[in-house]
Design a protein around this ligand. Structure first.
Ligand code: HEC
Ligand code: HEC
Ligand code: HEC
Length: 390
C-alpha cells in the first residue's frame, strides 16, 4: 500500500533535452490529452487545479509543471507514476489519472513526454484538496483496486493486423484512453473491459458507443471519422460540444497519420447489428398528436428552426446536416441534446456555425409556464440519477 519515495533531483534545464525528443513529446502529450485534465478553466497550461467529478467525489488534477509540480521528479519517478500510479513520495494515485491506459506507453513515449513537460514554463500552483467520500479518501485503498485492474507491460503487436491498425490500437486503447469516457463503469469506477466502447457517462454527457458507428442513421465513413476527430465536425453528422471538443483540439495538432490510424482501428470495432437501435426503432414511433409533441413543435419552430429547419441557411449555405442524422437526437437518452441546448455550440470558424447557449434559456423565460415542470427532470437527466418526478 505504501511504496518507497524516489529521491528528489535538481530540475534539468530545458536546453538539456534533445530537440527531437521534445517534439515527439508534444505529440505524445497531445495524444494523451494531458493538458485537457491538467489545466484549470482559464488557468495556465499543465498547472493543474481542474476539478474532475467522479461517482465518489471531486479529484483535482495536479500541477505537472516544474514549480514545484514535478520539478524534482527524475525520469524514473515520472515513469513509475505513468505506469504504476504512484507519486514520487510513494503515495497511491487515484485512477482518474488514466494510468491504467498509460501503463502500456513505450519507454520512448514516456521519456519524450517527460522532456516536453520539463521544458514548459514552470507555474507556481498548489492543487486544492480532493473532496472524496469515506473510505475512498484513504489513498492506500487504491492498492487493492490496482490488484484487480492494473495490467502493466508493453502491448505486443498483433501480427495478423496491419501496422496502421496496431498503431491505432495503441493510440485508442492506451495513450489516447478513449475507453475512459466511451465505456460503462462498474460499481467501483473501473471501465468494464468486456464492454469497452459500449458508451459511457461523464459530467452529465453521454459518450456514445464507438462500436455502433456503422449502425448510425448515416453510417460513418473513415473520412468523416478522421475529419470529426481532428475538427470536431463531420458532414452528415453533428458536431462535438462536450468534453470531446478538447480531445479533438488536441488531435488537430498531431500528424494526420495518427488520426488515420485511430480511424482505422475504431472502424474495425464495429458490431454488425445494433440491438439497441433496432429496439428503439421498434418502440419509438413519434406521435405528433400528443400534447407534448405539439408543444415541442411550436418551441422548435420558434427557437430552433431558423437554423435547424429544412432549407435554413445553415443547411443550404453552411452545408451542415439536418438534426435527423444527429447522434444526440437519435440517442437513447435526451441528455446530450439538452446539454447542447443549455450550453450551445460554437466551433469558432464562422458565425454561420454558432448556436447560442441561451437557446434553452429563451425558451424557458419566454414561456414561464414551462419552468416548473421542465427544470427538475432536466437536472436528473443530466446527472444520470433517476428523477423522482419523471
Ligand atoms: C482524465 C484526466 C487526466 C489525464 C488525461 C491525465 N491526467 Fe495526470 N493526473 C490526473 C489526476 C486527477 C491526477 C491526480 C491524481 C491523484 O491525486 O491521486 C493526475 C496526476 C498525475 C501525475 C502525478 C503528479 C503528482 O504530483 O503525484 C503525473 C506525473 C501526471 N498526472 C502526468 C500526466 C501525463 C504526462 C498525462 C498525459 C500523458 C496525464 N497526466 C493525463 C488526471 C489526468
Ligand atoms: C443560431 C443558430 C442555431 C439555433 C437557433 C439553434 N441551433 Fe442547434 N446548433 C447550431 C449549430 C451551429 C450547431 C453545431 C452543429 C453543426 O455544426 O453541425 C448546433 C447543434 C445542435 C445539436 C447537436 C447536433 C449534433 O449531432 O451534434 C442539437 C441537438 C441542437 N443543435 C439542437 C437545437 C435545438 C433543440 C434548438 C432550439 C432550442 C437549437 N439547436 C437552436 C445552431 C443553432
Ligand atoms: C473526456 C471524455 C472523452 C474522451 C477522452 C474521448 N471522448 Fe469521444 N466523445 C465524448 C463525448 C461526451 C462525446 C459526445 C459528443 C458530443 O456531443 O460532443 C464523444 C463523441 C465521440 C464521437 C462521435 C460519436 C457519434 O456517434 O456521434 C467519436 C467518433 C469519438 N467521440 C471518438 C473518440 C476517440 C477516438 C477518442 C480517443 C482518441 C475519444 N473519443 C475520447 C467523450 C470523450
Amino acid at each position: 500500500m505504501w511504496k518507497p519515495r524516489i529521491a528528489a533531483v535538481q530540475p534539468a534545464p530545458a536546453s538539456s533535452f534533445d530537440r527531437q525528443l521534445k517534439l515527439d513529446g508534444a505529440r505524445v502529450v497531445a495524444l494523451g490529452d494531458c493538458a485537457v485534465c491538467h489545466t484549470a478553466k482559464g488557468g495556465k497550461p499543465f498547472a493543474g487545479g481542474l476539478p474532475l467529478a467522479t461517482p465518489f467525489g471531486t479529484i483535482y488534477a495536479t500541477n505537472i509543471t516544474s514549480d514545484p509540480g514535478i520539478g524534482a521528479w527524475s525520469l524514473d519517478a515520472f515513469t513509475r507514476a505513468l505506469r504504476r500510479g504512484i507519486s514520487r513520495d510513494g503515495h497511491q494515485l487515484y485512477p482518474t489519472f488514466p494510468y491504467i491506459h498509460f501503463t502500456r506507453m513505450s519507454d520512448h513515449e514516456v521519456s519524450a513526454a517527460y522532456a516536453y513537460l520539463m521544458s514548459r514554463d514552470p507555474v507556481k500552483a498548489t492543487t486544492p484538496d480532493n473532496k472524496l467520500i469515506f473510505p475512498l479518501n484513504f489513498r492506500p485503498l487504491v492498492a487493492f483496486w490496482k490488484v484487480m485492474f492494473l495490467r502493466p507491460g508493453e502491448r505486443a503487436a498483433d501480427p495478423a493486423q496491419s501496422v496502421e491498425w496496431n498503431r491505432g490500437r495503441l493510440l485508442v486503447d492506451d495513450l489516447g484512453h478513449c475507453a475512459a469516457c466511451h465505456s460503462p463503469l462498474n460499481m467501483i469506477g473501473d471501465e468494464k473491459s468486456r464492454r469497452a466502447f459500449d458508451g459511457g457517462l461523464l459530467d452529465g454527457w453521454d459518450a456514445p458507443p464507438l462500436n455502433q458507428l456503422s449502425n448510425a442513421v448515416k453510417p460513418w465513413t473513415k473520412e468523416q471519422l478522421v475529419t470529426y476527430l481532428c475538427t470536431g465536425r463531420a458532414s452528415e453528422h453533428g458536431a462535438a460540444a462536450s468534453p470531446m471538443l478538447p480531445v479533438t483540439r488536441d488531435l488537430a495538432t498531431v500528424p494526420q497519420e495518427d488520426v488515420e490510424a485511430i480511424g482505422t482501428y475504431i472502424l474495425s470495432l464495429q458490431h454488425a447489428t445494433s440491438p439497441v437501435m433496432e429496439a428503439t426503432a421498434a418502440t419509438a414511433t413519434p406521435d405528433a398528436t400528443t400534447a407534448s409533441a405539439q408543444r415541442g413543435a411550436i418551441l422548435f419552430n420558434g427557437s430552433c428552426a431558423s437554423c435547424h429547419g429544412s432549407g435554413s441557411p445553415m443547411q443550404t449555405i453552411g452545408t451542415r446536416p439536418t438534426l435527423a442524422f444527429s447522434t444526440a437526437v437519435n440517442a437513447q437518452t435526451p441528455r446530450n441534446t439538452i446539454q447542447i441546448m443549455i450550453g450551445g455550440a460554437w466551433h469558432g470558424e464562422d458565425t454561420m456555425n454558432y448556436m447560442s447557449p441561451s437557446a434553452m434559456y429563451s425558451v424557458t423565460t419566454s414561456l414561464p409556464i414551462l419552468r416548473p415542470t421542465c427544470a427538475p427532470p432536466i437536472q436528473s437527466v443530466l446527472s444520470g440519477r433517476p428523477s423522482t418526478k419523471a
